[in-house]
Design a protein around this ligand. Sequence first.
Ligand code: SAM
Length: 279
Amino acid sequence: MSQIDDLPPLRDVIETHGLRAKKSLGQNFLLDLNLTARIARVGGSLTGAQVLEVGPGPGGLTRGLLAEGAAKVLAIEKDARCLPALAEIAAAYPGQLTVMNADALTVDTGAHLAAPWRVVANLPYNVGTELLVRWLTPASWPPPWESLTLMFQKEVAERITAAPGSKAYGRLAVLAQWRCDTRIALTLPPEAFSPPPKVHSAVVHLTALPAPRFDAEADVLERVVAKGFNQRRKMLRAALKGVVPDLEDRLLSAGIAPTERAEQVSLEQWCALARAVAS
Ligand code: SAM
């Protein structure tokens, strides 16, 4: 196995700094540095890139990002126990790694990185979806980031990339695919992590499109889609009841039969419905 840097193996780092994984912080660490370098490369060359990493933990993925040529990495870690291990990486890459001991939900990334930045993260499962939805719903588009390479539970990754008509298709698929290209780049078994989680994981790669695929007001689309999928077994004329007067006419004008269910509606139809609701 080739070495990606001259720092100690991650098992030694964890041992030295007493980083026993905490379930409450979603800590499942990646220990194979060749794998973390591979994840870092999912979005193409990182040479010169500005990268946000959420939850670096002992720094396996951080080391992958820096070894792959990232010019600057902002790593936000809630667990102060990880800071000494991350300081060793910062010392090995002078001026390239900034570590913040904070909750990623409270940090304004734009204040620390020059756009367009990328996000590469093995996300803590408890805040992963919330962070993704925030990145997908900024006030204006295109966003300050150009791509997101994110580790999720495989089931969540499938919800992001799902096609209409499938069980996994829902709000996350519509929000993500409206403004991004999405793909599952790799899937990983539980044994790839320490400690192993109960489920398989997958790395999703999202690339921001210069403009949304179809016209729609973001807040209207989000509201209609959330309500439609909230009662996904119901016909849309029932699931969307009360959203707008003349609901059935507006569904029909968007090319959607009022008897259809949310999971049968394409992205283009959701956007047409959002326009009909807004008009
Ligand atoms: N990146 C490391 C790796 O791949 O081995 C660790 C990944 S582990 C799944 C998630 C990390 O996110 C943990 O280090 C955890 O302490 C951190 N974390 C959890 N909640 C956080 C939050 N709200 N903000 C920042 N970091 C958080």
